[in-house]
Design a protein around this ligand. Structure first.
Ligand code: HEC
Length: 127
């Protein structure tokens, strides 16, 4: 899974592999493609400036440089991956049950999820 994650951060193919792995258990075979379409639709309505505004509540935990104290580094991650993970916390699926993130994500609309994903994906990856 860690290898898939590393790959997913570098290539679109790797990202699709990661999405396939993530949804393999819960969804029928066609779900990956429709999930991907849904993520891209959400991103097509995203607004970077709105994402930057909303990100103020995220960066108190997610520092721009590196991961710290169990909090992953999210700056510079692929936009589709960020939409996917935020929707997973919003749904509280297995493996995405961190209480802080579930509480935050469940109050985000899809427009907010997309805008946050777009904003963070455009930040420099300073890991
Ligand atoms: C109270 C601290 C805190 C705040 C505020 C917070 N996060 Fe998180 N976030 C975490 C922690 C801790 C994790 C790891 C949780 C886990 O292990 O599932 C995480 C995980 C994530 C992940 C998954 C990263 C990955 O690769 O698995 C994303 C994406 C994310 N947060 C985005 C956000 C966004 C966007 C916001 C603002 C709307 C936000 N977070 C606000 C603490 C926080």
């Amino acid at each position: 899974m860690l290898n898939a994650l590393a790959l997913g951060r570098r290539t679109k193919a790797g990202l699709l592999t990661l999405a396939a792995l993530t949804f393999a258990d819960a969804s029928p075979a066609s779900a990956t493609e429709s999930q991907e379409a849904k993520f891209n639709k959400i991103l097509s309505q995203a607004d970077t400036a709105y994402g930057e505004y909303l990100a103020g509540q995220c960066v108190t935990c997610h520092a721009p440089t590196g991961a710290a104290q169990g909090i992953p580094h999210i700056h510079g991650l692929p936009d589709v991956y960020l939409v996917q993970t935020l929707l997973e916390y919003k749904a509280g699926i297995e493996g995405r049950t961190n209480q802080a993130m579930v509480n935050i994500a469940k109050n985000l609309s899809e427009e907010e999820v997309g805008s946050l994903a777009k904003y963070f994906s455009e930040q420099t990856d300073n890991q």
